[in-house]
Unconditional design. Structure first.
Length: 132
């Protein structure tokens, strides 16, 4: 859903962001929180990005779709939130480690909630240049 870095505007995308003043440690890195709003066509998101103080790279980014409800493949999505956790590599790259999402839907007369979690590893392949 979030795709590219929300702070790097793509064509037709509008982003506003601001420091929230919140601070916390993520994986031993001091981080600062930045709230943001993103609009890309009919898609509107609000969220918080936790950026590492030493590099400015994101270690956690949460987005909530505010342009709900929307339809996707015959399913009406009434709420959607996604959180992405990152890790900093020794080479200074920002590596996606985990994605968690929660979606509330209605379809064919049923209502439900879908929770999903994906974890990513084997980033050493990327660091060794063997990412195909």
């Amino acid at each position: 859903l979030m795709g590219e870095n929300p702070f790097m505007p793509a064509e037709g995308q509008q982003v506003t962001h601001w420091p929230t003043g919140e601070q916390r440690q993520i994986d031993g890195h001091p981080c600062s929180a930045f709230g943001y709003r993103l609009a890309r066509g009919d898609l509107h998101l609000e969220g918080v990005a936790w950026l590492a103080a030493e590099s400015g790279l994101p270690l956690e980014v949460t987005a909530t779709v505010t342009s709900v409800p929307f339809k996707e493949d015959g399913v009406t999505v009434t709420a959607y939130t996604e959180t992405n956790r990152f890790s900093l590599s020794g080479g200074g790259d920002c590596l996606l480690m985990e994605t968690r999402s929660r979606m509330e839907i209605s379809a064919w007369g049923f209502k439900g909630r879908v929770d999903a979690q994906q974890r990513f590893s084997r980033h050493w392949l990327w660091e060794e240049g063997r990412h195909g």
